[in-house]
Design a protein around this ligand. Structure first.
Ligand SMILES: [Ca+2]
Length: 422
């Protein structure tokens, strides 16, 4: 199945949502569940279009492996939906269980599921099972998690190379990681994956987002305060990736100061990774915004981004054979030499002291009226899709704190960064 691809407007998202929540009358069952045994019984019986409605409360898994094997159909998924009460999602709390890879272990057979309005916490392996338990272990295709909260697990989310068309949207993912450097807020290897409108922060000792996927779209998310790297384009990924309209904020001071990394040295990271209209905040010059390992063959394309704080935009040599291209990015004036040396093909860079954020201290990275980043974006930024077709894509949405997106203002000329000041 084809990747959903980047969102081109709110209408698309609305249509998708409506289709998902409106199974044809007479064909879908709604099964209300209120304890873990009932959940697993419903999971074992569900048919395409069914809705498993999880009532408010805390659900404690009674065993380490909780298999999801049944399948929905394209356009007619099986939906597991939490009933939110007083702002609280039903919570799966795995404290005390030795979890096998995920609170839900989603086998290859189980395509076309939607999980929404659920919390997942305290999933850990380490006894019988390996210490990399996540909210969900995703081996299947066309699996969506929406408006979920994954926290205090070994991994936030984990997907394997058998998964395709993975979608995580409007989720909060935080405080995951066993502080061992091998567990992360996301550790994903899907053939294709999209993150949209997610709030990802405070990974424990690992990455906010570690990606071995073949084709990835990160759109309109907020990443903050990773325990290690913020975005790790690790080995194995060979296809192209897109980051559009994200905010990446690193204000903490942990030992490792990489922000966006290409390759991890265990294999080859390839493909073309395009960043369009992102706002990247790096505390100070110690932070290495873009870093690559020698074995990586991935190439960066940068259009209309704001990179603020650190002069160390490119960490060191090693970029020569894989030139960074693109244009119209804002960098600190102190980064002028670094950019000229490591990315000589970048066009139209703007160097300055301040990009003109509305309230930097308050975390408001929208632009003030007098910002030098206004109306200076390239009009038709391009990325490379999964088939390496070079296509124009413009940001149409913007991230809204937190876990929401809204239409991006539009005027005659694109601003730089994740927000438009009309
Ligand atoms: Ca503008």
């Amino acid at each position: 199945m084809a990747n959903r691809g980047p969102t081109t407007g709110l209408a698309v998202a609305a249509c998708t949502l409506a289709a998902l929540v409106s199974p044809r009358p007479g064909q879908a069952a709604v099964v209300k569940v209120s304890n873990f045994a009932e959940v697993m019984d419903a999971v074992g019986r569900a048919n395409p279009g069914d809705i498993i409605e999880v009532q408010p409360g805390v659900y404690e898994p009674t065993q380490g492996r909780n298999s999801v094997r049944r399948a929905g159909e394209p356009g007619k998924p099986i939906i597991m939906r939490g009933v939110v009460r007083d702002g609280q999602r039903p919570a799966f709390d795995a404290e005390g269980q030795d979890i096998d890879r995920g609170i839900f272990y989603i086998w290859e057979t189980a395509h076309d599921w939607v999980f929404e309005n659920l919390e997942f916490r305290n999933a850990h392996g380490g006894k019988t099972h390996s210490r990399n338990a996540a909210a969900a272990y995703i081996k299947a295709s066309t699996i969506t998690f929406r408006n979920c909260y994954s926290h205090d697990n070994d991994n936030g989310w984990f997907s394997t190379s058998t998964a395709e068309n993975t979608l995580l949207e409007f989720c909060e993912t935080a405080f995951n990681g066993a502080n061992d450097g091998h567990t992360h807020n996301h550790y994903v290897s899907s053939r294709s994956i999209t993150l949209r409108g997610c709030y990802v922060h405070d990974s424990r000792g690992g990455q906010n987002y570690k990606d071995r996927s073949q084709h990835t779209v990160l759109e309109y998310n907020w990443f903050q305060n990773a325990g290690n790297y913020d975005i790790d384009w690790a080995s194995n990924g060979q296809n192209n990736a897109l980051m559009i309209g994200n905010v990446v904020v690193r204000l903490n001071d942990f030992g490792n100061r990489k922000i966006i990394n290409l390759g991890d040295g265990t294999g080859v990271r390839g493909g073309i990774i395009t960043l369009i209209n992102n706002t990247i905040i790096a505390l100070d010059d110690r932070y290495r915004v873009f870093e690559r390992v020698a074995s990586s063959t991935a190439r960066l394309v940068l259009y209309n981004n704001i990179v603020y704080g650190s002069r160390t935009v490119f960490s060191k040599a090693g970029w020569d054979g894989f030139p960074t291209t693109g244009g119209n990015n804002w960098f600190p004036a102190s980064a002028r030499d670094v950019v000229a040396t490591n990315a000589p093909q970048l066009q139209g860079s703007i160097f300055g002291e301040e990009p003109g954020f509305v309230d930097f201290a308050g975390g408001d990275y929208r632009l003030k009226p007098g910002s030098p980043c206004r109306d200076t974006g390239i009009a038709e930024p391009k990325w490379f899709d999964a088939q390496t077709r070079e296509l124009v894509i413009k940001p149409t949405l913007e991230y809204v704190k937190h876990r929401a997106i809204a239409a991006r203002a539009a005027d005659a000329a694109l601003d730089l960064g994740a927000y438009e000041q009309p």
